[in-house]
Ligand binder design. Structure first.
Ligand code: S3P
Length: 423
């Protein structure tokens, strides 16, 4: 699609779709809950539909599914799926799903698309095995993932990578294990699974970097899913990139383990206010971002987990910030839906940025004017949306390949993008 030059000023108000991480968890945890689980404002997108397929395959019935409302009820005991479960492009479905099915007697086989089949699954298989589960991957440590479930003992799992997906897989396995499960993560990652288990009446304790869950039944809950901060980040970046632009983002999830990118925008010179308006099921509220002159910044390994999916946007911000920005400790980006360190480098370089690729990040010199040209998002939804944001400060038009990938997390993104531009 052709992304053309944008107006100087912009005053917009956007309500982003429901949080992807919370929607995945709500759907998958319906399988562990007694009674009807209700998600208002759920994210209906390709990724969360993959979790819905998995839940249905093991015995969850969809009672109601419509825009903004999803009601799920487990039918009796969970059962072995009838065939392979296609997790599509969704790493969250495959990893959390692997943990969930360790508690189901019999064989579960999880498959995925070409991108997901390249991503590392040994990182989830190994800690689940430490807990006594039988989990196999290909020799390369990739999908399909095969689980022979029903025999998870429990115990301790030490994680080598800071990954909320792997931590969550262990915690979900713990709910149906024979004894408690303790997971230690090297750096704090998003804690939605912990919070949801607690809200559902489960027993969970946190001690420094270790989380312990005790096996037991969970009660279903009904909750409103706040907007996804990782989707809100695209609009926030658009405002931050040009002095005078303002965006008001309504009803965004404000869990501090997700809002690192908004803190970075403030540090770089944008005017950012986050106003908490409620805290059920998690803190949520309004974010207002107004563009201002930007200055260079440094990001290291400790900064990454709270903004992991937004780090490519930080690189784009750096192209318009005065001075040299260094982003390091972000090696995890190489194993996302695409190699986001390399794809971000390729895109920004093609648009005229002064950027160098490192093994775990980039070094970026600003301010460099961006130009138009052809860009390939390589099938990665977040790379397509990053390109759209870049086009709002580029001098010429950008010919984007792969815009349909936004169906993964934000199906109406381009519709809203054009509305905001006044088309
Ligand atoms: C997610 C955790 C992160 C993130 C992904 C969603 C989750 O992945 O990138 O989009 O819902 O737990 P990792 O656990 O691999 O860091």
């Amino acid at each position: 699609m052709e992304l053309t030059v944008w107006p100087e000023r912009l005053d917009g108000r956007v309500t982003v779709p429901g949080d992807k991480s919370l929607t995945h968890r709500g759907i998958l945890m319906a399988a562990l809950a007694e009674g009807p689980m209700e998600l208002r404002g759920w994210l209906d997108a390709a990724d969360t539909r993959a979790s819905l397929r998995l839940a249905q395959a093991v015995g969850v019935r969809v009672e109601a599914v419509r825009p903004g409302f999803l009601q799920l009820v487990r039918q009796g005991a969970l059962h072995e799926p009838n065939g392979p479960i296609d997790c599509g492009n969704s790493g969250t479905t495959m990893r959390l799903g692997a943990g969930l099915v360790t508690g189901i007697e019999g064989l579960s086989l999880l498959t995925g698309d070409t991108s997901l089949s390249r991503r590392p699954m040994a990182r989830v298989a190994e800690p689940l095995r430490q807990l006594g589960a039988t989990v196999l991957t290909r020799r390369s440590g990739t999908a399909p993932v095969v689980v022979w479930g029903g025999s998870t003992k429990g115990g301790r799992a030490e994680l080598e990578v800071a990954s909320a997906q792997v931590k969550s897989a262990c915690l979900l396995a713990g709910i149906r294990a024979e004894g408690p499960v303790t997971v230690r993560e090297p750096r704090p990652t998003r804690d939605h699974t912990e919070r949801m288990i607690r809200a559902m009446g489960g027993e969970i304790t946190v001690d420094g970097g270790a989380v312990t869950v005790f096996p037991g039944p969970l009660e279903a809950i009904s909750f409103a899913v706040p907007g996804d901060p990782s989707s809100a980040a695209f609009w926030a970046a658009m405002a931050a990139l040009r002095p005078g632009r303002q965006i008001v983002l309504e009803n965004v999830l404000l869990n501090p383990r997700r809002t690192g990118f908004f803190r970075l925008l403030a540090k770089a010179g944008a005017d950012v206010t986050m106003i908490e308006q409620g805290d059920i099921p998690e803190p949520w509220g309004q974010i207002v971002v107004t563009g201002g002159p930007l200055k260079a910044f440094q990001l290291g390994a400790d900064d990454i987990p709270a903004m992991v999916d937004e780090v490519p946007l930080a690189a784009l911000i750096a192209t318009q910030a005065e001075g040299t920005s260094e982003i390091s400790g972000a090696d995890e980006l190489r194993v996302k839906e695409s190699d986001r360190i390399q794809v971000t480098y390729t895109i920004l370089r093609a648009l005229g940025a002064r950027i160098e690729e490192r093994s775990d990040g980039w070094s970026i010199d600003g301010i460099s004017p961006l130009r138009g040209g052809p860009v390939d998002a390589r099938g990665d939804h977040r790379m397509a949306m990053l390109t759209a944001v870049a086009s709002t400060v580029a001098e010429g038009s950008i010919d984007l390949k792969g815009e349909e990938s936004v169906a993964i997390s934000y199906p109406d993104f381009f519709k809203e993008f054009l509305t905001l531009k006044g088309e």
